[in-house]
Design a protein around this ligand. Structure first.
Ligand code: ZN
Length: 279
């Protein structure tokens, strides 16, 4: 069922990667909030640059809802020492997410360890890595949002590639783990409707939107603005909302040649326009 049209921006969030090339975190908080956008998702590099306490204060002062901290994960590694370092980094990410009041910590699982071909093993490292930080995440009240990434990233970025895989991981890991549904990564999946229903309200922690361009000129940095590509966003939003999701809709666009070259205020304005017309 296609979702009901959106009439206001009360559930619009913008991931700060959308204006990554133009704005610092402070500028993004000011720029989004100046145009009435109440949600933001924050990347850790921008957060580090701003400083966690200062970012927390700025976010609170502007009344921003932090729909996610990006990102934890990246668990697979060739050696035990490196895998432990990744786990420690995820512990710090949980602390940062708590410090800025994020609704979840987004996990991009990680790909194959350097030089490896063992995809099954890499996926097991992801499960073990999440399990290693799960008690702390639960104690901190910080939900971990596994984000399945498009299979084109399986080797180098994320070996969790479908909603079904993410749901299976949630089944095995138990409470405290859920899923971030990003239309860019899952739109093609013939099982998407069923897996969103399977995830249900408790597991659906975030909903990310952008569009799939034809042609896509870069695997990472050529995402489209909503409405410029072929993803039926209202259909997928309908599925997510039918399953009980009531959270924000987070615009997340990596676009080196288009949106990162535009005036960031204009980018926000276009996000707001498209949000009401094609999302
Ligand atoms: Zn995403």
């Amino acid at each position: 069922m296609t979702a009901r049209p959106l009439h206001d921006h009360s559930r619009l969030s913008i991931n700060d990667a959308t204006t990554k090339a133009q704005w610092t975190l402070e500028q993004a908080i000011q720029g989004y909030s100046a145009q009435g956008v109440r949600g933001i998702s924050v990347w850790r590099d921008k957060l580090a640059e701003c400083g966690v306490p200062r970012a927390a204060a700025l976010l609170a002062d502007h009344g921003m809802t932090v729909t996610g901290l990006c990102r934890g994960g990246m668990f697979p590694a060739p050696t035990a020492v490196e895998r432990r370092a990744a786990i420690d980094d995820n512990r710090r990410a949980i602390e940062e997410a708590v410090a800025i009041g994020a609704q979840c910590l987004v996990l991009v699982a990680g790909g194959l360890p350097k030089g490896a071909k063992d995809l099954v093993g890499a996926r097991m490292m992801v499960q073990d890595g999440i399990a290693a930080v799960l008690e702390e995440a639960r104690a901190a009240g910080m939900p971990l949002a596994i984000e399945p990434l498009h299979p084109m990233y399986a080797a180098d970025r994320c070996c969790i590639n479908t909603m079904a895989q993410a749901n299976d991981l949630c089944d095995r890991l138990g409470p405290g783990v859920g899923i971030a549904v990003d239309v860019y990564h899952v739109w093609w999946d013939p099982d998407l409707d069923r897996q969103i229903r399977r995830a249900g309200k408790d597991r659906l922690l975030a909903f990310h939107i952008c569009d799939w361009l034809i042609p896509t000129r870069d695997l990472l940095l050529d995402r489209g603005m909503m409405g410029d590509g072929i993803i039926d966003i209202p259909l997928i939003r309908g599925w997510v909302e039918e399953a009980g999701y009531e959270g924000f809709h987070e615009v997340e666009i990596f676009s080196a040649e288009t949106w990162w070259k535009r005036d960031p205020n204009e980018v926000v304005t276009v996000c707001k326009e498209r949000y009401l017309t094609v999302v």
